[in-house]
Design a protein around this ligand. Structure first.
Ligand code: OGA
Ligand code: NI
Length: 368
């Protein structure tokens, strides 16, 4: 096992304020949602209605077709259109065995259903980005998300903190490891397709991901008696290059901010929801944008989602592709080192809700 010298690694966290655990709140069978979870104004959840209009749904990319010469070009065009209009797409036939997906979902659910004391062995520690806890609790007045998470860094390998990898359920580690290897392969493949969709060389991005940062986050949203009042996960843009998310088969909940509305992403069993993060927005000089999204909750059922976040190595320089800069497309972003941006992102603690993208632009955009 790698024994990490964590002191020599960049630290991105800050002290988290302790709050009550949502899985425990629901055991108290309250008749009302505690005020700290109740949203107002633009943060009020919108409960999904009719999902039957496919134009209203995130485009679906069939990776099987990419492998067929006569369908490939058409499918890459669909990727371009999806990235351009949605910042999101779903992939099917991605090659990750469905049996592995089933196992990862099962162990995720089993972990969150363990007694609190057992989960707390893996609690996020101050100044650390990994472990079991809540998202971004930085102030006593901040509204809280109706959910919990388990975050684990997969790579670079020296960042793997095995003390925070659950040993219960017994097959947690082997399945998480196998799943993340599959995701790494798929992320590389998707980055090549995204490069191609912009007429860049297929290895354009890959070259910058030699010591990639990869983090898995399991999100668990217990049922809530008033899903119309709370959010499972506050609105945000993912700061990485790509996010790859497994939704719950039975309970949709991911919502995308598009055309001034919140659109619910349909749940397709075994499909992965892919979205562009801030790093790709910079590297494509804003051609593809990271889109703000959030998660809502469900009245009857708990929801589990499993996200993997993929980004360049800590010391990689991030800058717009020169090929995407010309007289009509002036350079929009400055150069920066990936870890400096991560540090900025985590130290702000305000990159949520209405500020989801403005703090990123404040950091990375060239000021006119
Ligand atoms: C995330 C995320 C959405 C969801 O983890 O960054 O956007 O549906 N999750 O849980
Ligand atoms: Ni996200």
């Amino acid at each position: 096992m790698v024994s990490a010298d964590f002191d020599s690694l960049p630290t991105f966290g800050r002290s988290l304020i302790k709050v009550e655990n949502v899985e425990e709140i629901i055991k108290r069978e309250l008749q009302e949602v505690p005020e700290r979870y109740v949203r107002h104004d633009e943060q009020i959840p919108s409960i999904p209605h009719d999902q039957s209009d496919s134009k209203q749904n995130v485009p679906i990319i069939d990776m099987g077709k990419i492998a067929q010469a006569h369908h490939r070009e058409e499918e890459i065009k669909k990727i371009a259109q999806a990235c351009d209009e949605w910042g999101f797409f779903q992939v099917v036939n991605h090659g990750i065995p469905h049996s592995l997906i089933d196992r990862v979902k099962r162990i995720g659910k089993e972990f969150f259903q363990l007694p609190l004391e057992k989960k707390q062995r893996y609690s996020v520690r101050p100044g650390n980005l990994q472990g079991y806890g809540q998202t971004f609790v930085v102030s006593e007045s901040q509204k809280l998300d109706w959910g919990n998470l388990l975050g684990l860094i997969m790579s670079p390998p020296e960042c793997r903190d095995m003390n925070l990898w659950p040993t219960e359920p017994a097959d947690f580690r082997e399945n998480v490891d196998a799943y993340n290897s599959e995701i790494k392969r798929l992320a590389g493949q998707l980055l090549a397709l995204i490069a191609e969709s912009l007429q860049l060389p297929a290895d354009y991005f890959e070259k910058k991901f030699s010591n990639a940062y990869q983090k898995m986050r399991m999100n668990y949203y217990p049922p809530c008696l008033r899903p119309d009042l709370v959010l499972g996960l506050s609105a945000h843009a993912d700061q990485v290059a790509l996010a790859l998310l497994l939704q719950d088969d039975e309970v949709p909940g991911l919502q995308i901010h598009k055309d001034n509305q919140w659109k619910t992403v349909q749940s397709i069993p075994n499909a992965l929801v892919i979205n562009i993060g801030n790093v790709i927005e910079v590297m494509t000089n804003g051609r593809y944008k990271s889109v703000v999204h959030r998660a809502i909750t469900n009245k009857e059922k708990a929801r589990l989602s499993i996200g993997v976040f993929y980004a360049p190595g800590f010391t990689q320089e991030i800058s717009p592709a020169p090929e995407l800069i010309d007289d009509n497309h002036p350079c929009l972003f400055r150069k920066f080192i990936h870890q400096d941006y991560m540090q900025d992102y985590y130290s702000r603690g305000n990159s949520l809700g209405a500020k989801a993208k403005s703090s990123f632009y404040e950091y990375a955009r060239i000021k006119k």
